[in-house]
Design a protein around this ligand. Structure first.
Ligand code: PLP
Length: 399
């Protein structure tokens, strides 16, 4: 094929102007930039390093052999919704009806897109405690709506009712929704029952949707995960999935749980975005949610050992760390004396010590000066990584 033959387009048509506003994820960009460094250890991506549990894989294989190769109903197979209903009841005391209050989605990602695209109109504002996972803003931009960041950095990345009240005073009627994400990517911060309850009480005062992305709920250390939906189900669109709890990122299986009226509207967008989630993945999900209900516990125990290790090491190296009670991230403030910004720090660290951490700036300006470490990596790699980080810190001229 003659090179470049199909490379040029001749249309004068432009893409949706909103698409121009969307930039490539800094996380991916940074990851690609450092990936070819010889011997690099990457503590970058939010991806479990475990494999999907064997019995769940077998359920997927069996589904293929039994010809689960057709479309499922748009809200998902009834047996997955029943299994999900029981799973969330048992785990978090939530009571969603399988027939009308659960939607099976293509990962939390589609759940996020379907939710935001269903509710947002041009000019709407969406409150987002920051720093925050960069997966929401592009969809808000696409909907021609506006993200409003609530800076939590002054309170160790813990959102308070006062912060919500303050944002509502400033933006009032234009606010359509708030996005919560806890345990949080990137900070690892999660909330106690009392804290969730207080946040819920604050949100109850306002006529806004609460989109709560609780994809890391099974990775909560030293306490139970408490869903905001327990307190304000009438305004909550709850998002969860199996990517992190069952190491099933590639199966692309998630959920929206909400009241019947919301699900009816969400269905319209979900239906035309994707039709339905993969039928094979749904059959595997039934296994994960029933016989594999506690599959996550073993992984969680392992993550907790790694968390304690990385926390201690980074603490010793002078990083101050947000309370890392959930997910698989440590969010550390680069010690004083390093006069690089987070990107310069991470690029230099990668080049000099072959260790890749994510610069805080990837999660918004509120996270400048921080680095995110994903401890979804083997203990062996974490040990090597901490040694390299230590070498870097010691050799740095600022120290
Ligand atoms: N939400 C958060 C906060 C995440 O960190 C991620 C993945 O890293 C996702 C959603 C995407 O999850 P899924 O793989 O289920 O689409």
């Amino acid at each position: 094929i003659k090179e470049g033959k199909y490379m040029k387009h001749t249309l004068s048509q432009k893409f949706n102007r909103q698409v121009d506003q969307i930039s490539v994820s800094l996380i991916r960009k940074f990851d690609e930039q450092v990936t070819n460094i010889d011997g690099i250890i990457k503590l970058t991506l939010g991806e479990p390093d475990f494999n999907t549990p064997e019995h769940v894989k077998q359920a997927g294989i069996q589904a293929i052999e039994e010809n689960y190769s057709h479309y499922s109903g748009m809200s998902g197979l009834m047996d997955v919704r029943v299994a999900a209903s029981e799973f969330f009841a048992k785990k978090y005391g939530l009571h969603y009806k399988p027939e009308s209050e659960i939607l099976v989605t293509i990962g939390a990602t589609e759940a996020i897109s379907a939710s935001l695209l269903s509710i947002l109109e041009a000019g709407d504002k969406v409150l987002m405690p920051a720093p925050i996972y960069p997966g929401y803003e592009p969809i808000i931009t696409l909907a021609n709506a506006k993200p409003i960041y609530i800076d939590t950095s002054k309170n160790d990345f813990v959102l308070t009712p006062e912060m919500i009240d303050q944002a509502m005073v400033e933006h009032g009627d234009e606010v359509k929704a708030i996005i919560l994400n806890y345990p949080s990517n990137p900070t690892g911060v999660t909330y106690t029952r009392e804290e969730v309850q207080k946040i819920a009480e604050s949100l109850k005062k306002y006529d806004i949707f609460v989109i709560s992305d609780e994809i890391y709920s099974e990775l909560t250390y030293g306490g139970d995960h408490v869903s905001i939906a327990e307190f304000i189900p009438e305004q909550t669109i709850l998002i969860n999935g199996l990517s992190k709890s069952h190491a099933m990122t590639g199966w692309r299986l998630g959920f929206i749980l909400s009241n019947e009226a919301f699900i009816k509207e969400l269905m319209k967008v979900h239906q035309y975005l994707v039709t339905a989630a993969s039928t094979v993945s749904q059959k595997a999900a039934v296994k994960a949610l029933t016989q594999g209900i506690d599959d996550g516990l073993e992984m969680r125990a392992e993550y907790q050992i790694r968390r304690d290790y990385v926390y201690q090491k980074m603490n010793d190296l002078g990083f101050s760390i947000a309370r890392p009670n959930g997910a698989f991230y440590i969010f550390g403030k680069i010690p004083k004396g390093f006069n690089q910004n987070s990107m310069e720090f991470c690029v230099d660290l990668a080049q000099k010590q072959a260790l890749a951490l994510i610069p805080g700036i990837a999660f918004g300006p509120e996270a400048e000066g921080y680095v995110r470490v994903s401890y979804a990596a083997s203990m062996e790699n974490l040990e090597k990584a901490m040694e390299r980080l230590s070498n870097y810190m010691k050799a740095h001229p600022a120290q």
